[in-house]
Design a protein around this ligand. Structure first.
Ligand code: SAH
Ligand code: SF4
Ligand code: F3S
Length: 443
């Protein structure tokens, strides 16, 4: 019996890659185990986006060696694998496989090499024009399914490793996305989440030539699919037709994650984001004018090289103006291969921390205010689980807000399995900055 263990870091694309890798391994006769010590093959799917990621990977690899013991096969996959390449064999000689996501279609072949005793197996070419599509995906969630529609990134943001770790942009055909979505609906999935580093840069390579707005509109018509989400949208390629599609079909969730990174046009230019503050705000305006209220969320980088106090104030002002429903704030961190690594005027660490904390505090007040508006309103949630500690069900609204609720008819989790995945109406009775709370509404 061949056994494997896998540990995954990073974004949703990476999480979904692992689901596809797991499916591929199961199909090849492997069995998944929950402890590295029980596995013959230990895989580590890595992320390189921030914070000395490579060092953390090497530390974890050492720990794996200690915990898992001798005689195992270790593989590093994902973004740090692509970034560090052969150097991983030098720094961690117990590793036998190093492969980036652009090589996963070759996984079966790489497994054969490992099984044959090859201790230096690599998949590091970025010269690809195919995507990793497999019918064997083993999804973790039985109700909500990820579907990657576009891989790689053709932008060149000055701070970002992704173009180096995931290679050039390549889209799947619209038909193959539709086929996968339909088969998920047949399996009982009701929610799909379309994924891409720049999901809205999608362009169907087949003669049909669907753009992203057309693709989401089409997935929204599949019988059985009640919610379609997508992430992450890039502002530059965010066109009005996307909002029109959301307006036309309530199956397309009224939530858009649109990372702005900075509110200062001069910082945006140095980041090579390919849009100005005004262009970004025009897209926000489209969303604010949509028929249904659209929840808007974002990512911000504070302390990008050369960011002045005045630049930062523009970011704070933009956040106040947009009133985001949620925001991920990151301190700029230097990454290998990226242009910003060479930029002179780095912002001191204490200053980055101060800006992060200041923005977090302002954003918390905004979220408190925004979430407060839901009190007294009824929201439909997709039930995700039961929290034993609080005795509450966990639900998610179409706007991607967590709504925890009591159900007087079903106070105990006895029937959790039958309840999770259902859609229920919940009356919101309380609001916090990060979630809502309420009672099941049965009337
Ligand atoms: N493709 C998406 C972002 C993917 S990376 C986009 O362009 O919007 C996710 C987030 O990580 C980014 O939005 C950015 O805010 C953050 N990030 C990326 N590189 C970073 C770096 N070097 N330092 C700090 N944050 C970074
Ligand atoms: Fe990175 Fe920019 Fe590509 Fe997003 S668009 S993945 S931030 S290079
Ligand atoms: Fe990390 Fe790679 Fe995703 S760097 S954020 S796992 S694309």
């Amino acid at each position: 019996m061949k056994t494997f263990y896998i540990e995954t870091f990073g974004c949703q694309m990476n999480a979904h890659d692992s689901e596809k890798v797991v499916g591929t391994l199961l199909q090849k006769g492997y069995t998944q185990v929950q402890q590295p010590g029980d596995a013959e093959l230990v895989l580590y799917n890595t992320c390189s986006i921030r914070d000395k990621a490579e060092q953390k990977v090497f530390n974890r690899l050492q720990q794996f060696k200690r915990d898992a013991g001798k005689g195992k096969i270790f593989g590093v996959i994902g973004c740090v694998a692509q970034q560090e390449g052969d150097r991983i064999f030098e720094r961690a000689p117990h590793v036998s496989l190093v492969a980036g996501s652009a090589s996963y279609t070759r996984l079966p072949e790489m497994l054969v090499q490992l099984e044959a005793g090859n201790r230096r197996v690599t998949g590091l070419s970025l010269d690809v024009n195919e995507t990793f599509d497999t019918p064997f995906t083993r999804r973790d969630n039985p109700h909500r399914a990820y579907i990657t529609i576009i891989e790689g990134c053709d932008k060149a943001c000055a701070y970002c490793v992704v173009p180096f770790t995931r290679g050039p942009e390549r889209s799947r055909t619209g038909e193959s996305v539709m086929r996968e979505a339909r088969s998920l609906a047949e399996l009982g999935y009701t929610e799909i989440q379309l994924l891409g580093q720049n999901v809205n840069s999608y362009r169907d390579p087949s003669p049909a030539g669907w753009d992203f707005a057309r693709l989401i509109a089409n997935t929204g018509t599949i019988a059985g699919i009640r919610r379609v989400r997508f992430t992450t949208s890039h502002p530059r390629d965010f066109v009005k037709e996307i909002i029109d599609a959301i307006d036309e079909n309530p199956v397309l969730c009224n939530h858009v994650h649109l990372p702005v990174q900075s509110g200062s046009s001069s910082v945006l230019a140095r980041m090579q984001r390919q849009y100005s503050r005004d262009q970004y705000m025009r897209r926000i305006e489209w969303m604010k004018n949509a028929k249904r209220e659209i929840a808007i969320t974002t990512d911000i980088i504070v302390g990008f090289p050369g960011e002045t106090e005045a630049d930062f104030r523009e970011t704070v002002r933009l956040a106040e103006e947009v009133e985001y429903d949620s925001m991920f704030i990151f301190k700029y961190s230097k990454r290998p291969n990226t242009p910003a690594l060479q930029y002179q005027d780095q912002v001191p660490e204490e200053e980055k921390t101060a800006r992060l904390m200041h923005l977090q505090e302002r954003q918390r007040a905004i979220q408190m205010r925004r979430n407060g508006r839901y009190v007294g309103h009824c929201e439909e949630v997709h039930v995700e689980g039961f929290n034993m500690a609080t005795g509450q069900w966990i639900g998610r609204t179409a706007q991607n807000k967590t709504l925890n609720f009591h159900d007087p008819e079903l106070p105990a989790p006895r029937e959790a399995a039958t309840r999770v995945g259902r859609y229920l109406n919940v009356l919101v009775t309380r609001a916090g900055p990060n979630s809502l709370a309420g009672e099941r509404h049965t009337a």
